[in-house]
Design a protein around this ligand. Sequence first.
Ligand SMILES: NC(=O)c1ccc[n+]([C@@H]2O[C@H](COP(=O)([O-])OP(=O)(O)OC[C@H]3O[C@@H](n4cnc5c(N)ncnc54)[C@H](OP(=O)(O)O)[C@@H]3O)[C@@H](O)[C@H]2O)c1
Length: 288
Amino acid sequence: MILVTGATGQLGRRIVDQLVARRGGTAGLAVSVRDPARAADLAERGISVRPGDFDQPAGLAAAFAGAEKIVLVSTDGPREARIAQHRNAIAAARQAGVGHIVYTSFIDVAADSPAEFAAVHRTTEADLAASGLKFTVLRNPLYADLLPMTVGAALATGVFQLPAGTGRASFVSRAELAEAAAAAVLAPALAKTVYELTGQATHDYSEVAAAIAKVTGKPVRYAAVSAADYTDALAGGGLPAWLAGALSTMYAAVAAGKFDRVSNDFAALVGHPPRPLACLVQELFGRN
Ligand SMILES: NC(=O)c1ccc[n+]([C@@H]2O[C@H](COP(=O)([O-])OP(=O)(O)OC[C@H]3O[C@@H](n4cnc5c(N)ncnc54)[C@H](OP(=O)(O)O)[C@@H]3O)[C@@H](O)[C@H]2O)c1
């Protein structure tokens, strides 16, 4: 049996859909979710829905019982809480006798990265290595899906600001990353332990702005700001302090070159490369 955690989340849901499509049905599929009522449609389709909250380790091994493979979708929240949640999930998988964990990590796990997210994923990857379980790490790049939220205001004002300097990053859609995760779980054998699911090219945010301007016909420009100014702007806009800080340090890591990585690992799993930025921007901004 294959079990997907976080299946009421945006990536987890897409991974489930991909698994159903690739296997031609829901037999042998299970999910663990915090609120089973939100997964009622999955249960109706014949998927085993188990309650599982990584903050409540007592019930977690039961949630994972019988799973040969688990897709562990990383959680969201302040640094120490996430590390503890992932640790609880790994311990429960061990207790339940899970054979293989596929973990959705992040492209930046550098020890010298300024990013809070890097520290979370680096720690969880180390916990997996120390668990004694078989595991595969899928290092996701930036979700392309988040570009409208990140730069959308620029369609009205003409400019978006980030503390990313002239740093470069690649962007892949959640749907495609879900495809890669499903392919990894279903592969009879995997050649590597760590897959970097980058796009085929990296771009700085001026190039992102130019791609959006081309598709929308609106003048859009990127302006670099300091991490401190960005944190203040996000916090002023009502974002929780931890998230404002975490996003700021993430863009600082982009500025420091930590996201400037390109690999063919996506194609190695899926059989073809992910879509280029121009395609993604057309899909995301084409109707603006
Ligand atoms: N690569 C990127 O650009 C990027 C961007 C944002 C996030 N991420 C990471 O990728 C993950 C998946 O992304 P997404 O877009 O699918 O995010 P999402 O829609 O917020 O999904 C996060 C999932 O984590 C689950 N979760 C949170 N706390 C949990 C806990 N204590 N126990 C068990 N499950 C818990 C949530 O459960 P509920 O459904 O019950 O809320 C949800 O299903 C995020 O959680 C984050 O770690 C990556």
